[in-house]
Design a protein around this ligand. Structure first.
Ligand SMILES: O=C(O)[C@H](O)[C@@H](O)[C@H](O)[C@H](O)COP(=O)(O)O
Length: 260
């Protein structure tokens, strides 16, 4: 397991711009190497700010949008088109402005659709969609995502995996229904840690003073049950993208780097 890499930017605006540049480059590199790229989006303010910065980037069309697979790490289990849904917000920030192949965009099911209010059935359907896209070499039934983006909650939650809740304890399923989420809305669908950990790279986004305790706790290694963000690690890279405020309580032995 790779040690987390920390990158601290002056403020959340610069963090979003720098993360967008980083994501564009990572997608272009993946497409150049393998002909396509696979990215998992996150909800939340920092995730949306990153998408807005990609949309505004002069380099954005270096990406071949027709060869980009988009998935979601979690979704608020609300009716299709609801303004609070992560995919609704992602479409407004970026997706509706770029020529994606709709067949390669995989929103999580909405409530009131084919699965009614059954979040567990919706989760099982998304797990099946992920499994179909996985390759025989994938040891977990999800594709080898190039980048899996995660916002980090003030309680160290990532996706819809909350401290000491059932979802964060899941070790077999790749997608779960979530009920009673502390962050509204209460019913959600979420990737689990086994699915998250199958990503080549996991990028965690946290900005603002209100995340400083969560960042410091997650990086101190209390284990994923107490701090789900600490369990969100990539196979080849785990990158924390922070602003100074969110990094302000990181233990000194972890950051800033010792300058010889
Ligand atoms: O559905 C959601 O709400 C998100 O997926 C959630 O995991 C979010 O990323 C964090 O709560 C951080 O949100 P902020 O970036 O807005 O603080």
């Amino acid at each position: 397991m790779t040690a987390p890499q920390l990158v601290v930017h002056r403020d959340k605006e610069l963090m979003a711009l720098a993360a967008a540049a980083r994501l564009i480059t990572r997608i272009v590199d993946a497409q150049s190497a393998r002909g396509f790229a696979s990215v998992v989006l996150t909800g939340g303010r920092n995730g949306n700010a990153l998408l807005a910065a990609v949309a505004a980037s002069p380099a954005r069309d270096a990406i071949d949008w027709s060869r980009l697979d988009l998935w979601w790490g979690d979704e608020r289990f609300l009716p299709e088109g609801d303004a609070e849904r992560n995919d609704t917000q992602a479409r407004a920030e970026l997706l509706d402005a770029v020529p994606l192949d709709p067949a390669r965009v995989h929103p999580m099911p909405a409530s009131g659709g084919a699965f009614g209010t059954d979040a567990e059935a919706a989760a099982a359907a998304y797990a099946a969609e992920l499994a179909k896209a996985a390759s025989p070499t994938d040891r977990v039934a999800v594709p080898s995502f190039d980048v899996l983006l995660l916002g980090v909650g003030p309680d160290t939650h990532v996706a819809s995996l909350f401290p000491e809740h059932p979802g964060v304890r899941e070790t077999e399923l790749t997608v779960v229904g979530v009920r009673g989420a502390p962050k509204p809305p209460p019913t959600r669908v979420s990737l689990t840690l086994p699915a998250i950990r199958h990503a080549r790279e996991v990028w965690l986004l946290a900005a603002g003073e209100d995340k400083a305790d969560a960042v410091a706790l997650a990086l101190s290694g209390p284990g994923p049950i107490l701090a789900p963000a600490s369990g969100a690690v990539g196979r080849s890279r785990t990158l924390w993208l922070l602003d100074r405020a969110a990094a302000s309580k990181i233990p000194p032995q972890l950051y800033p780097p010792d300058v010889a």
